[in-house]
Design a protein. Structure first.
Length: 70
């Protein structure tokens, strides 16, 4: 989902969808923003910290699936 500003609206939308589907959160939301480039465009780069955090989250989710936790 696109986070035009701080990402709070995108997180709220996802939480609303999860409630409708009766899903539960298994991790805190991760909001990655592009830096550099012009405001309001998709130009710019993701911060390395955000890329690493996304990788770690994906690894944790995959491990939980493999162990049958969710």
């Amino acid at each position: 989902m696109s986070a035009g500003n701080d990402g709070a609206g995108a997180v709220t939308s996802i939480e609303r969808i999860m409630t409708g589907w009766r899903l539960r959160a298994i991790a805190q939301p991760l909001i990655a923003r592009r830096v550099g480039g012009e405001a309001g465009t998709l130009r710019g780069e993701l911060r390395n910290e955000d890329i690493l955090a996304a990788r770690d989250l994906g690894t944790a989710l995959a491990s939980g699936l493999a162990l049958g936790l969710w």
